[in-house]
Design a protein around this ligand. Structure first.
Ligand code: 2BA
Length: 108
């Protein structure tokens, strides 16, 4: 079994949750915040059998979208060590996914 930790953009959380339910995946959804942009994002936790992994990744890929953000110089200067002269372009991936082995899963 694997634990899939998927960080996706807030705008995609509802459609991804719906698709996961339709495919009968169990999941936990956390409201999280990106350390750089300090925007809300969503983190999904899913424990799945190894043979379900490809299907799960396809669903996440199909329901998460890469977007470009433009940070005004004044906002960017609070995140970086310098004051840029132009807005900073930031590409936010549709999903950042960590896959880790599960030694044991227990429910009481
Ligand atoms: P944030 O930390 O808010 O980062 C949003 C986007 O800002 C990132 O998109 C990246 O394009 C950019 N970015 C992050 N740190 C930067 C820096 N020091 N300098 C310049 N640009 C920077 P993604 O890489 O697609 O990440 C989207 C979200 O996924 C992140 O939101 C964070 O919540 C999570 N994430 C990404 N990589 C991670 C990692 N290695 N560990 C834990 N969480 C991660």
């Amino acid at each position: 079994m694997k634990l899939v930790i998927a960080i996706i953009q807030d705008q995609d959380r509802l459609k991804l949750a719906k698709a996961l339910r339709q495919a009968e995946f169990q999941f936990t959804r956390l409201a999280t915040t990106g350390g750089f942009l300090k925007h809300g994002n969503a983190t999904f936790l899913l424990a799945v059998k190894d043979e379900q992994l490809d299907q799960l990744l396809e669903i996440i890929k199909a329901h998460s979208q890469t977007r470009t953000e433009y940070l005004p110089p004044a906002v960017a200067s609070t995140l970086l060590d310098q004051m840029p002269t132009q807005p900073i372009e930031v590409t936010v991936n549709g999903a950042t996914i960590f896959i880790v082995p599960i030694e044991k899963m227990i429910k009481f």
